[in-house]
Design a protein around this ligand. Sequence first.
Ligand SMILES: O=c1ccn([C@@H]2O[C@H](COP(=O)(O)O)[C@@H](O)[C@H]2O)c(=O)[nH]1
Length: 282
Amino acid sequence: MIQESTTFLSRLEQRWQQGHFVCVGLDPEYERLPAVAREGRTLEDALIFFACELIDATADLVCAYKPNSAFYEAYGDVGLRALAKIISYCKTTYPEIPIILDAKRADIGNTNLGYVKSSFDLLQADAITVHPYLGKEALDPFLKRQDKGIIVLAKTSNPGSGEFQDLLVGEQKEPLYQVVARNVARYWNNNGNCALVVGATYPAELKRVREIVGDLPLLIPGIGAQGGDVAATVKAGQDSRGWGMIINSSRAIIYASGSADFAQAARNATSSLRTEINQHRN
Ligand SMILES: O=c1ccn([C@@H]2O[C@H](COP(=O)(O)O)[C@@H](O)[C@H]2O)c(=O)[nH]1
């Protein structure tokens, strides 16, 4: 039996209630880390130091953290150990803040059991991003985890996302991303643990997804380095309560300064984004 107060969604809602909608993306590239993080440290320790300093500097301002596994996998065992330690640090120090592992997993059912084990049971992430291409049946091992968040790609933020996602499909000739959004909200969310990814770079599509899915949570990347507009994002993305948004920014926050003051600069950038978001909420 899962205690409702410990689920991904309940913790997210507690953060929203306090006006927190920014998700800081923890996507470190060693070469871009400030000298103060690199000097005198191993690669593993530098990644950990950088991320934990960012977490300490922003924890009172965010609704979630989102490490993208690619940035850690790129460093092999060292990176994966760093990722595990960063997640463990955050969960121990700030247990109220959910951690989204951006890994865009999904395979056939029994292979997904491996992904579920590695992301939720070993790494202890609270939510994971998955792609919908294999369908609900295959994703069941993820969807069964009532305590976790299953965040399905619908309309991604990249310039070429329309190649497949905008294809008109089915009897209604609807864009594929809208069919994904509807199916996830209607048929996949039996455990109340689903969310969708919709890029801030597509505010019209974001608005349409919000109309389709009601109050389902939306992870919205594309603010900051990708140029998404905050006002348009909030207008289109907020739910009936003025909540429902996990607005991610990675590079614009974590590299706000390349110097010793990087953590304070990240705090300032997070705080400005938080203020701007709240200015545009109903
Ligand atoms: O549609 C998507 C899905 C995921 N992402 C990821 O979010 C961050 C964005 O980083 P920025 O530095 O703020 O651009 C990154 O991890 C992406 O892989 C996305 O951008 N768009």
